[in-house]
Design a protein around this ligand. Sequence first.
Ligand code: PHE
Length: 467
Amino acid sequence: MRNPVVARRLAISHACCRLHRINTTRSYAGLIHSNSHDAPHADRGPSIVVDKQGSAVHINGQIYSLDSWSNVTPGILAKTTRKLHLHPSHPISIIRSHIENHFATFKPLNNYHPVVTTRQNFDDLYIPVDHPSRNISDNYYINQTTMLRAHTSAHQLQGLRSGASKFLISGDVYRRDEIDASHYPVFHQMEGFQYFDMSVPSITADQVNADIAIQTPTIANKIHTFDDTVINVRNPIQSSHPIEAAMPVIAHLKHSLNSMVRMLFHDEPDLQVKWVDAYFPFTSPSWEMEVLYQGKWLELCGCGVVHQGIMNAAGENLLSAISIQDYKIGWAFGFGLERLAMVLFDIPDIRLFWSQDPRFLDQFAGGKIFKFQPFSKYPPCIKDMSFWLGEEWNENNFCSVVREVAGDIVEDVKKIDDFVHSKTNKRSMCYRIVYRSMDRNVTNEEINNIQEVVRNQVQEKLGVELR
Ligand code: PHE
């Protein structure tokens, strides 16, 4: 559940979360040679080099020093060179280009590098310093002030400073997470952004209404929207926005997204769309849009009216584009491309997007959205491991270790037992790891070897006692 996770993570108010850290410099040096099982295909790019002492990393011609925050791994860094969203006949890129065609007047910005500052990813977006979405256990940090972006919103200011009043950003984003068929530490997002000059709201409102009217015939009668959200103190219009200026912007945002999903789900005769209140630190009011698909409500997209501070910050550096600061009011949306692609193409496992198996890739050569023909699955190999916990425990750290050792051969990691010993008070956990390759048979011997490395690394890095 990609977008809900995001929304939830960014929405949780200041829950008190401890930072859990893997001893990262060590894991960095230790893992660089050990992940020969990672992605059987050539998945690492030439532009990433860790220096001999393991104290700095070179990415895309830049040198970043490592520190106690560094938890990015070579396997993850290698993904930054893949750029699936730009391969013309890859499902991720096909969805991107459908959306770009739909928003034909928007400037596409698809080449921002995924290494960003924490300022871009968080501070510029008003995400408080103690917000749980900054946790080291949820993100890939290069060092304390540099990270792999966790969302494309990290480039909103750059988009604004590009001078465009409407733009789309797509790119790979990185989050540490659980392991199963719909979670992968790298996925892709698309961000939409548009702002209006509201210095004379009535003129712009007329323009907005005209814009809506042009698109309406294409979606009328074919979409049922349920929207009982009302502006309220918990999801307010910003104090700097006159209501007569904010309302047309809101109408335009909702209309733009309704018509986008109508285009994407063109097969669904009676498309049902629901709008629900949400919270993001960088928009207000904020919503989530859900679509009823094959009997289930699918959370698709987060959006809202852009925090005026972001508009003003862009204006400070680019007075000509955004001159009368408070009068430029914008909307933004963001959603995960994998989640959409899995639904629209019927792709059952998120790892398939990274596959270089022609049985997968060749199906998409036509650049159209259609149902994927699954090819037979290879048998799984299932291994359990139990251990006593040390002082700290964080499941994402565990998953990172498994992922780094096993690469794309790991399909699922689930806790199957958790108890506290009545005498020693020690806590025990048992995890079931499902190994399965997408494109070949794995042998029990091979998986035993991987499992052995996993066990050793988990013991060494997470301070657990194997049972
Ligand atoms: N960046 C948000 C996320 O990853 C989505 C979003 C984008 C929400 C733009 C509002 C506006 O969840």
